[in-house]
Design a protein around this ligand. Structure first.
Ligand code: ADP
Ligand code: ZN
Ligand code: ZN
Length: 674
């Protein structure tokens, strides 16, 4: 036992980086999976490097357990990625490394694993089939592909829905595959994987394609991961966790809808898969394609600075135009006391009726599920608050429940006001359930369907409901942002944003950026055929018709919108002109959480390269009886922020025992919502 190895293990954060020294009976190469003793347990670990990290004498070290010899070691590039991500997002190397491997790997012993590896290695490649006919690239697509081949600086593929971005991904992938390389394609949502998977599979019949996302069974996920790791899979398509796939022959990275917030992990190591994809491609010296109609302002600013290239697809394939955007000023509607406002303004309703007459489809976007956001008693003022959260419980009429969308607390709707007994408690406001109900009343002849997180709970429910839309069995589709994304509807010629205003005044500085992206994306659902495009419309119902956001939307002018937002961000010192980290603390009382953050702030006193904001509660401060408080750290220099955090966090770990009642704390680097 004379070989010293440093092994990455999952340790509680306060023990440091998570790489510990052991003695091994063999000089296992770095990247080997093995089991090691930790405290009284035996845990999985990864040989991080040979030689050990500490000055400890050999007899102070414990012997490592058996290795998984059947698994080829994880490569150097993979370890570099994990090491970078762990350092950047302020987590332990071992914690992150083990969290991003398929969980099933820890359960198998060497014999079981050897059997699986042998089986996969024996899989014959699916027979080399003739590639199907593929469209000749348009001039714009050709230019984008030529530019992509010229260098490896990250490339923004900027084009609206239907402009042929996916076709560019396919062509770029073809080149990488022909060169014997693997291709990684990231998409924001599991729901979007099947249709993209189908397109890639159809285009590359002779190649092995695997998907990686959280809806796979553990066995499937292991199998797919192994194929990527063994190099037998050529194409890996997945959601954010796929950015950590082990890919020994990586040749191209694609991030579709790169602006989508789903690329940011919201627990544990809060990594941005988009940002890591860019880092990974750069590290591997391979091109990365970031596709979007509405790039994130971070990406857009890098284009302005010349650090990223912009490859533009300005026209829709087939010559279709984006729908004409029309804004209806809701203050023009007469208000009647005590009477529910109609869901659609007269000209919008008229537009909807026209679609019905012509047998075309309409999409009504309302980003609020449930029947009504709150129930209210007119007698005593009672409202359906959640007893565990600082939020209202939403009224769901379908199953007659009051449901908290933050903690899940659900009760039957009371027959009478719980405070005064008044029988007449009424819903206030409107969610998708109510909108669908009102439309069915307004237009009895129309087939109205609703798609949101509630309607699609069961396995296969979303596919089935989308299938009905595609099959033309639906005239009016009511949905949340879920239906705005990606789906290739062919017969929609009207999109209505029923009530988009709340995002205009949200406290989160990214809310307008997100609203613009959502509305552009929704607009892209309409008029994908040139012939339809001519009569396609998007209606916006708003109390703020003068807002610059709608103005830019009318002109489909992303660049103008981005420029005005970037001006605001620059003068406010917000990203991408500054770099943020958010320190969050959770406790049974806000005082305890705040005291922890205040002491953390004291530790940071005198550091000139960063600024600290006062500790404040987030928009929803109490969830499931836990109080949350957060503190923003800001710096104009990313490296300075990184240096500060790396020194600060170990001090915070040491601080923790002095704050009784503190449940947890965590740091979120580059937070999306603040
Ligand atoms: P996006 O990904 O930007 O939404 P797609 O790549 O899906 O756009 O292209 C939209 C439609 O146009 C698809 O049906 C696609 O097959 C077709 N298409 C794309 N490029 C071409 C081309 N060069 N010639 C003909 N059809 C094309
Ligand atoms: Zn009451
Ligand atoms: Zn709740």
């Amino acid at each position: 036992m004379t070989n010293r190895i440093a092994v990455a293990v999952e340790t509680p954060q306060h023990t440091g980086v998570g790489v510990l020294d052991y003695l091994a009976d063999q000089a296992w190469p770095p990247g080997t999976l093995l089991r090691v003793p930790l405290g009284r347990r035996e845990v999985p670990g990864i040989v991080w490097h040979r030689g050990g990290d500490t000055e400890l004498a050999d007899d102070a070290l414990r012997p490592a357990g058996p290795a998984l010899e059947a698994l080829p070691p994880l490569g150097e590039a993979w370890r570099r990625l994990v090491e970078f991500a762990a350092a950047y997002y302020q987590r332990g190397v071992g914690e992150l490394a083990l969290a991003v491997l398929p969980p099933e790997l820890r359960k198998l012993d060497d014999v079981q694993l050897a059997r699986r590896v042998a089986k996969l290695a024996k899989l014959a490649p699916p027979p080399a089939a003739e590639p199907p006919p593929r469209p000749e690239p348009s001039a714009e697509q050709q230019a984008a592909l030529a530019a992509l081949a010229e260098g490896t600086a990250p490339a923004l593929l900027h084009g609206v829905t239907g402009s042929g971005k996916t076709e560019v991904y396919l062509r770029a992938a073809e080149q990488a595959l022909d060169a014997g390389r693997q291709v990684l394609v990231l998409v924001p949502e599991i729901n979007l994987t099947p249709q993209l998977e189908a397109r890639f599979a159809a285009r590359f019949p002779g190649r092995r394609l695997v998907s990686l996302h959280s809806a796979l069974t553990p066995a499937q996920r292991l199998k797919n991961w192994l194929q990527a790791h063994l190099g037998t899979a050529d194409l890996v398509l997945g959601t954010r966790l796929a950015v950590f796939a082990s890919l020994p022959r990586l040749g191209l990275v694609v991030v579709d809808e790169e602006h989508d917030p789903s690329f940011k992990q919201q627990e544990g190591a809060r990594y941005s898969a988009r940002d890591l994809a860019v880092w990974r491609a750069h590290d591997a010296g391979v091109p990365v394609l970031l596709g979007s109609a509405t790039p994130s302002l971070e990406t857009w600013q890098r284009v302005q600075e010349g650090r990223y290239r912009r490859l533009a697809l300005d026209a829709r394939i087939g010559g279709g135009a984006m729908p004409r955007v029309r804004v209806f000023d809701m203050s023009r509607l007469p208000r009647q006391r005590g009477v529910d406002a109609p869901p659609l303004a007269p000209p919008v309703l008229e537009a909807l009726k026209q679609r019905l007459e012509r047998g075309e489809q309409s999409l009504l976007l309302l980003n609020r599920r449930g029947y009504a956001p709150v129930l209210h008693c007119g007698e005593c003022g009672w409202k359906s608050g959640c007893p565990h959260c600082s939020a209202w419980r939403v009224f769901h009429k379908g199953d007659r429940t009051l449901r908290c969308h933050h903690c899940g607390f659900t009760e039957r709707v009371p027959r009478a006001c719980p405070d005064c007994g008044n029988q007449d408690i009424a819903p206030i406001g409107r969610g998708t359930e109510k909108l669908a109900e009102q439309l069915a009343e307004l237009l009895p002849e129309a087939r109205v369907a609703r798609i949101d997180a509630d309607s699609t709970r069961g396995a296969g429910a979303l596919e089935q409901q989308l299938g009905a839309v595609h099959a033309g069995e639906v005239d009016v589709l009511v949905g949340t942002q879920m239906v705005a994304k990606g789906h290739d509807f062919r017969r929609i010629t009207l999109v209505v944003a029923v009530n988009p205003d709340s995002a205009l005044f949200a406290s989160d500085f990214r809310a307008p950026e997100r609203l613009f992206a959502l509305l552009m994306q929704a607009a892209g659902r309409a008029g994908r055929d040139a012939e339809q495009a001519a009569r396609s419309e998007m209606w916006i119902q708003t109390w703020n018709p003068q807002h610059a956001l709608f103005d830019a939307l009318k002109r489909h002018d992303y660049a103008a919108f981005a420029a005005s937002q970037l001006d605001e961000r620059r003068s406010a010192g917000l990203p991408p002109f500054s770099h943020l980290a958010l320190l969050r603390a959770e406790a049974k009382s806000a005082e305890v959480a705040t005291a922890f953050l205040d002491e953390a702030a004291t530790l940071a006193e005198g550091v000139e390269t960063i600024g600290l904001y006062p500790a404040v509660p987030p928009a929803v401060s109490r969830v499931a009886d836990v109080e949350r408080v957060q503190m923003l750290v800001e710096s104009t220099s990313r490296p300075a922020l990184q240096r500060f955090l790396a020194g600060w966090l170990p001090q915070l770990h040491a601080l923790r025992p002095h704050h009784k009642g503190l449940i947890r704390w965590a740091v979120d680097v580059d937070p999306l919502a603040i």
